[in-house]
Design a protein around this ligand. Sequence first.
Ligand SMILES: Cc1ncc(COP(=O)(O)O)c(C=O)c1O
Length: 493
Amino acid sequence: MAQRILRKLVNHGNTTRAWQRPVPVFKAQDNKSPTEVLQVDPRHFQPLNTWTTEEIKNAVASHVMTTWSPCKAKNDLPIITHSSHIYLYDSDGNEYIDWTSQAVCTNSGHSLSQHVKTAINDQVDNLHFVYGGIAMTEIRARLSSLISELLPGDLVGCLFPSSGSEANEAAITMARRYSGRPKILSFYRSYHGGTKNSLSATGDFRRHYQQGSADFVKAFNFTPNFFEHAGADEDERVRSALLMLEEQIISENPESIASIVVESIPGSAGVLTMPLAYMQGVRAICDKYGILLHIDEVMCGFGRTGEMWGFQTYPGVLPDIVTSAKGLSSSVAPISFVAVNERMMEFFEDNAPGWGSTFQGHPVAMAAAYANLTEMLTTNLVGHVQSVAPAFYEHMRHCAEVHPSIKGFRALGLYGALDIATPDGEQPHEVHEARTAATNKYFEATRQNGLLGLFRPPHIHIAPPLIISEEEIQEGFDRQHRALSVLDEELGF
Ligand SMILES: Cc1ncc(COP(=O)(O)O)c(C=O)c1O
């Protein structure tokens, strides 16, 4: 007979606590009174856009916290009041171009079409929420089939978490459960998310913040920061990099590796395009050892590179698992997806994928994504990216040509990165180190010249909304040149 476990309440002594500030008053015995209301600051009942800048700044200083930076950075962030097309406006009346589509995610810009607004409103009116674990919806069926149609090969099964991190979290668990193998191999110079497993798969400075989980193996990709793979030309270097990868896999025991997780074009790391032969080699190694190829398209999926998917840069390299987010709804709502191949889909018909969340398959988020995608298709947004990409590339090249502080650049579609160098040809500091006086002056110059974007030196990311016109690209680079002149001077050129 099962033994009953008795748990005793432990007496922690007389710990009467004095609250630093009073909490809102509501007594349980007064529940009978329908008129009882929690007493909070009456200003919370004012409509939005009525707090003064002073009131906002005070609340930010006292209560707001940030994520990847020390929290006092919050006090220097512009307070954005409204946005339109590719522009954002702050509480001091300044206009900025959204120069990195926020976190490379506001792909369709800031003026929502009637099509998208109506879809969201209709979904809110008809059915704002059912939990995906106990009910099915038309929007989920339709979005799943649309994603599957947009993906090549046999990527047929879809689920919809709320962020890129969660999508990778789910995909990692699914790869382990499907293969019965524990290890995940991923690369340095990558970012896969901030949750436990997605951060363990990450290969940049953000993994320093947490102890990683067991069974994550890191390899150097084709473009390490401080060395080159051996070889007289690219073919030889690709061969060296693939031999290193394969030897590492053999040493780890190939039968213990569930998946290789790779960004098709590592974005945060500086828009690194791999040689075709390298990615073909990674696919071939996966086939040889029965390892799943999981391509993370969170940042570059949905047209950023001038193709629907970043992995289309590498013809013939088909993933077994794809994750994406950001451009899926163009950030109108938090939503991501995991798509798996037919064999995995079949396996999971009888086995739980093993990941879930309350808001997976959120109907309103899916409606936003579905409307965004159908609009992307009818307006041929990917075709537009292709048509402006040569001008974008030319501006990037020109920046590297005329500014001595720019040592190199990469650009594909509307996805670009400039590399900053000091007069010695070195990077001013590593990506996780605090900005120097020079890089800080440059950062301020971007704001003063009306550019708002991510800045992670030694890279300057440039990835404007995909709807940007050639004239607006020109306008953005005019501002960029003015800011880069400050950088040239500050670095001592
Ligand atoms: C390639 C890649 N994967 C995953 C993520 C994590 O996505 P999220 O921030 O939506 O959790 C990001 C975010 O920038 C990303 O760029």
